[in-house]
Design a protein around this ligand. Structure first.
Ligand code: UDP
Length: 571
């Protein structure tokens, strides 16, 4: 097994079993055996003679070879008493005190188990409206978001990992302007990502320069108007200021709603890649594309499509099994999740794959490669789900679904591109479909010795050319990018681009290429340099809209004090 020291540390800290004194009692290998066995066992529900030992072996190898990894809650909890295996949930927030606090309780149970929750606050009556039972005045969605935030903060201590939330408000809610500003202060509502739910009507009004209606959700009456461009500019200003809010295109999420009769999709999970119905949950898994390469006789790397196909089919089987062995935190989630059986298979290591292939992320060739690989995964994923449906039956709501006239599918959705924040550390590859953030990190360890960490693909390339030296690595680390380092030949500089070398336009083009062949959505951050203008951000929003993205998240370098990754600084 090729798990790095970094991965070992992450796994020991959070994933491996501990005894009552808190000492780790499980090995990494033991963890993968535990997970493989627990997930393979679901086959017995369909075939009492199933060879689950052979299947567990297959799953074990796929994980220990770091070809495929399920989302963190599956690694943490499979085969253990808690047994909650999903990363993504959406809970409804209805407009009553009982419902609001019920949702807070349900979220606490989900956070405790390592899942993240998304909510739409759009159904809450606006600040200042009347409360019938008391004659008092309602405090509005933002004040309740603060209560959700505080509950998350309290649960954080005891849970398996930090609970994350998505908060969404429709752009036509009367409190929209205060929502856009609610995270202006970086210390506020820190357990939430927020996104404005944008409608096609609103975008049409932005383009036409006109006004649009504000609607009180409790009475459904038009209670005011806003200038669409003014609201759009406020969203852009907030995103420029510190990355919040993002936007999601609600009508696009609903255009791909698999069973419209089940109601409207009003929210996504915390990182935006998984739109879900209220009470729906989804388990994700990611294929490490670096492991899907083969080296030809000419020394060039190509995608090994036979291996990729086999991996997709095994991964879909794995994720469908997860739905059956999962222990859901509340009964309603169990019921709603099993009605559509959504899974989210995606990729990680895409940027690393391009490096091996000698293709720049910031190029049309790179974007084309994204299309090619994701189209293949999506097609094979759907075929794999059709094959499962032949044996296990289609998902229960199939006959009411948008797929009803096609071959039966076992799963309502099959593909999602997750951020793979932890999975990519375990897999030792670049995260999700993001470009490489930086190629060299220098850490100062306790005894003041310097630890130089270099991206292994760049290191190999520089050694091949006889260019590698510690001094050069220090220089790269200081500059944050190799784009302007002249002692490195142009052919290497052209390929080894980092997140800040990629133009915002190519960030969006890449997101859109993956979206084209993804059932759910794509987790992606468009990185801007600190000097980017409001106009730059506005243009990217419009481009994402034009290119069919389901949402946009941007981040301008240095716009938060404690950002996770810094370029040109010691990590
Ligand atoms: N998530 C969460 N808390 C976290 C990280 C992730 O609740 O600290 C959830 C959230 O729904 C997110 C999803 O897990 O959208 C997938 O995140 P990621 O791919 O980074 O998770 P990993 O499986 O790599 O840990």
């Amino acid at each position: 097994m090729s798990v790095s020291k970094n991965a070992q540390t992450v796994l020991e800290r959070r994933y491996l079993i501990r005894d009552e004194e808190g000492a780790v009692t499980e090995t990494v290998d033991g963890m993968f055996h535990r997970v493989a066995k627990a997930i393979a066992a679901a086959d017995l529900q369909y075939d009492r003679e199933a060879d689950v030992a052979a299947l567990a072996d297959k799953f074990y190898h796929m994980m220990t070879e770091l070809e495929f990894l399920p989302n963190s809650p599956t690694l943490m909890n499979a085969g253990r008493p808690l047994g909650q295996l999903s990363a993504c949930f959406v809970l409804p927030v209805a407009d009553s005190m009982e419902d609001i606090f019920e949702a807070i309780k349900q979220a606490a149970l989900i956070h405790k188990s390592g899942g993240g929750t998304g909510f739409s606050f759009s159904r809450l009556r606006p600040n200042g409206s009347t409360v019938n039972s008391t004659g008092g005045v309602a405090s509005g969605p933002i004040s309740f978001m603060r209560v959700f935030n505080m509950a998350t903060e309290a649960v954080k201590q005891g849970g398996t990992r930090r609970g994350a939330n998505m908060g969404i408000l429709r752009v036509d809610h009367p409190d929209i302007l205060s929502f856009i500003d609610c995270k202006k202060d970086n210390a506020d509502i820190t357990n939430f990502n927020i996104s404005v739910g944008i409608t096609e009507d609103f975008m049409a009004a932005v383009i036409a320069g006109g006004d649009y209606d504000l609607i009180d959700p409790s009475t459904k009456k038009v209670v005011g108007h806003q200038n669409a461009k003014l609201v759009f500019d406020k969203i852009v200003e907030g995103a420029w200021h510190n990355g919040e809010p993002g936007i999601i295109f609600l009508d696009r999420l609903n255009r791909d709603n698999v069973v419209p009769a089940q109601g409207e999709i009003e929210s996504t999970n915390p990182c935006g890649e998984q739109p879900l119905l209220p009470y729906e949950s989804c388990n994700l898994g990611s294929i490490n594309l670096v492991k899907m390469l083969k080296k030809g006789e000419d020394g060039r790397y190509r995608v090994d499509y036979d291996k990729l196909k086999a991996t997709v089919h095994a991964a879909v089987h794995f994720l469908d099994n997860v739905i059956d062995v999962n222990k859901y935190p509340i009964d309603k989630i169990d019921e709603v999740t099993k009605a559509t059986r959504k899974i989210g298979l995606g990729v990680m290591g895409f940027a690393d794959m391009l490096l091996y292939m000698g293709i720049s992320y910031s190029s049309d060739e790179g974007v084309q490669m994204a299309r090619e690989v994701m189209r293949f995964i999506n097609e094979q994923g759907h075929l794999a789900s059709q094959e499962l449906a032949k044996v296990r039956g289609p998902f229960p709501l199939f006959s009411q679904s948008i797929y009803k006239d096609q071959a039966p599918l076992r799963n309502g959705t099959i593909t999602t591109i997750a951020p793979t924040g932890t999975l990519s550390i375990i897999g030792g590859c670049s995260s999700g479909v993001e470009p490489v953030f930086a190629y060299v990190f220098i850490r100062n360890v306790m005894d003041k010795t310097e630890l130089i960490e270099v991206n292994p693909i760049l290191k190999e390339r520089l050694i091949q050319r006889g260019l590698y030296s510690d001094e050069l690595m220090r220089k790269i680390s200081k500059e944050g990018t190799i784009a302007h380092i002249e002692e490195i030949p142009a052919d290497i500089r052209d390929v080894f681009v980092c997140a800040h070398d990629v133009t915002p336009e190519y960030h969006v083009k890449m997101q859109s290429a993956f979206q084209e062949y993804t059932d759910n959505a794509v987790s992606k951050t468009v990185n801007f340099s600190n000097s980017a203008t409001l106009e730059d951000v506005a243009q990217v929003y419009m481009l994402a809209y034009r290119l069919g993205c389901k949402g946009v998240t941007i981040y301008r370098d240095g716009s938060r004090d404690n950002q996770v990754l810094n370029i040109g600084k010691v990590k």
